[in-house]
Design a protein around this ligand. Structure first.
Ligand code: ITT
Length: 214
């Protein structure tokens, strides 16, 4: 089965691809398919919730390609900021800052500034990920969440986005200090993608069984 992955974020691609290795699902990316970026794509993520954004992206690219499509919307929710940046995580820092420092670094700097007077015990946060799968006859959304604490300075070189600021108390590391496989074991994305994968594999197994029984 061919499944297209509707993301233009290389960090997400790196994490999702290994989760489909050794399965009958063959992942193809928007790049592989030559799906060029259009300005209207920015408006797909205007909903207030992760699930609605993920579904909007999956439906949009399903309509554009005609292929089974998986999309995800994810972000960081900080308790002391009433859940911000949330679904606006990629566009959190002001555009001038993003132009000057690059997206991820600007967002991290901006977050540290917003939390500068917040003590350690109030810096709790979570990453959330919604994964939407759109097939010709059915659409589903799956969720995943990981809890942590926002550090006062960046730590680690791996991952992407806010990983250098996201501390996992049980493991005693930031998510930027985990290998790809370790991050997938615990992360919001790992959980949501595995749930989507199990559902797809179950569907495939049922289809094979009913084709055999006919
Ligand atoms: P696509 O829509 O093309 O998939 P995007 O980068 O626009 O890619 P989102 O709108 O879902 O994706 O934004 C996700 C942002 O949330 C991402 O840019 C990071 O800043 C943050 N984020 C999500 N998951 C993360 C993770 O595992 N580690 C660190 N930061 C993460």
């Amino acid at each position: 089965m061919k499944l297209a992955l509707a993301t233009r974020n290389p960090g997400k691609l790196r994490e999702i691809e290994p989760l489909f290795r050794d399965t009958p699902v063959r992942l193809v990316t928007l790049n592989d398919l030559g799906v060029e970026r259009r300005p209207e794509e920015e408006r797909l993520e205007a909903h207030p919730g992760f699930a609605a954004n993920a579904m909007a992206k999956a439906r949009y690219f399903h309509d554009r390609t005609g292929l089974p499509m998986m999309a995800e919307d994810s972000g960081l929710c900080v308790d002391a900021l009433d859940g911000a940046p949330g679904p606006r995580s990629r566009r959190y820092a002001p555009p001038e800052m993003q132009a000057r420092y690059g997206e991820d670094r600007a967002n991290n700097l901006h977050l540290l500034r917003q939390l500068r007077n917040v003590p350690e015990h109030e810096r709790t946060a979570h990453f959330y990920c919604a994964v939407a799968v759109v097939l010709p006859d059915e659409a589903r959304v799956f969720g995943g969440r990981v809890d942590g604490v926002i550090l006062k300075e960046p730590l680690g070189e791996g991952g992407f986005g806010y990983d250098p600021l996201f501390w996992l108390p049980e493991r005693g590391v930031s998510t930027a200090q985990l290998t790809l496989a370790e991050k997938n074991e615990v992360s919001h994305r790992g959980q949501a993608v595995r749930a989507a994968r199990e559902w797809l594999l179950e569907r495939l197994a049922n289809e094979t069984r009913s084709a055999r029984d006919q």
